[in-house]
Design a protein around this ligand. Structure first.
Ligand code: TYM
Length: 330
């Protein structure tokens, strides 16, 4: 029996190369050796104000991104969270054992409500990590491959699993976070101190569907460090180190070799090389994506099949949960 992997992405805004390098690229490799389930977490995306038409479009868009990137529906399951109602059902049960203090400590909640009155933040936004815990625990997940920003949520998932198991008897498997160091936290092009983020300005990220000239321009304008040397030194040269990481992950070349390649050359030449690497890598992916976009029924069929497959696992786990907590069976 292969060990199980579960992960997901929110259909909210354009996906960027941080999402790809921190998550999707690793998923494609993991499908060889693991039993993988990849979810489009649409109920997470409605925790912030959203436009219904955009949500529909982006949900299908994320599924197309999974497929275009190389997630193979013959090997892995792809589905949409809201198509499997056990996710929200388990989230409710887990809510009853979650502590307000734990949720207040989640850095993503703090970041997303920064500068705003916390009083007016949505309860869904506050509760979001509990829904994520339900996603993971429904499937006896062994590993959760994500970027660094999700580590705390997976830790909370473990806390909730442990607490439930202690109170009601062994029910949930203890999941482990799987974070690959390179790519775990791709930084913003305009601010190498912070992670690349789809909610930042467009100069901050390279969207997976950006056109070649846009990619070149964004890289050209990316912030650099003082000096001229192309050297990997995250403390002293955070901007260049971030660009080197991106170059390394898209080209497959080792960082040391890239440093040698650009020895004695300036930032301008390095950035031109980087733009070429990123554009060449994304070209076949984008082509596949736009092909898939023309045929929504193909993707919908895969999502329907996927939901059917995972529903069997999820409903069995939910039956066990209901029995453990003592709800009346009729
Ligand atoms: P989301 O949709 O914000 O991000 C999707 C994935 O992209 C990673 N990521 C990054 N990796 C490296 N550098 C960056 N700058 C960067 N920005 C984002 C994230 O770590 C994530 O892996 N709560 C999750 C979605 C979720 C989930 C789950 C994940 C819901 N349920 C169950 C795993 C298991 C989220 O909002 O990810």
């Amino acid at each position: 029996m292969k060990k199980r992997i579960f992960s997901g992405i929110q259909p909210s805004g354009l996906l960027h190369i941080g999402n790809y390098l921190g998550a999707i690229k690793n998923w494609v490799e993991l499908q060889k050796d693991y039993d993988c389930i990849f979810c489009v977490v649409d109920y997470h995306a409605i925790t912030v104000p959203q436009d219904p038409k955009t949500l529909t479009k982006e949900t299908l868009g994320i599924a197309n991104i999974y497929l275009a990137a190389g997630i193979d529906p013959k090997k892995s399951i792809i589905f949409v969270q809201s198509h499997v109602p056990e996710h929200t059902e388990l989230a409710w049960v887990l809510n009853t054992i979650s502590k307000m203090g734990e949720l207040y400590r989640m850095t993503q909640f703090k970041d997303k409500t920064q500068g705003k009155e916390q009083e007016s933040a949505g309860a869904g936004l506050f509760d979001y990590p509990v829904l994520m815990a339900a996603d993971i625990l429904l499937y006896d997940t062994e590993f959760v491959p994500v970027g660094e920003d999700q580590r705390q949520h997976v830790e909370l998932t473990r806390t909730l699993a442990r607490r439930f198991n202690n109170r009601f008897g062994e029910t949930f498997k203890m999941p482990k976070v799987l974070i690959k160091e390179a790519g775990a936290k791709i930084k913003g092009l305009d601010d190498p101190e912070k992670k690349m983020s789809k909610s930042a300005s467009s100069a901050n990220y390279i969207a997976l569907l950006d056109k070649p000239d846009i990619i070149s321009n964004k890289i050209k304008k990316a912030v650099t460090d003082s000096g001229t040397e192309i050297k990997f030194d995250p403390e002293g040269k955070p901007a260049i180190s971030n660009l080197l990481t991106i170059y390394h992950l898209f080209s497959g070349e080792e960082i040391k070799d890239i440093e040698v390649k650009f020895q004695g050359k300036g930032y301008g030449e390095f950035k031109e090389g980087l733009a070429e690497v990123v554009i060449d890598y994304l070209k076949p992916f984008q082509k596949k994506f736009f092909e898939l976009e023309k045929n929504p029924d193909f993707t919908k069929k895969i999502l329907k099949q996927g939901a059917g497959q995972v529903r069997k696992i999820a409903s069995k786990k939910m039956e066990e949960v209901r029995e453990k907590i003592g709800v009346l069976d009729i």
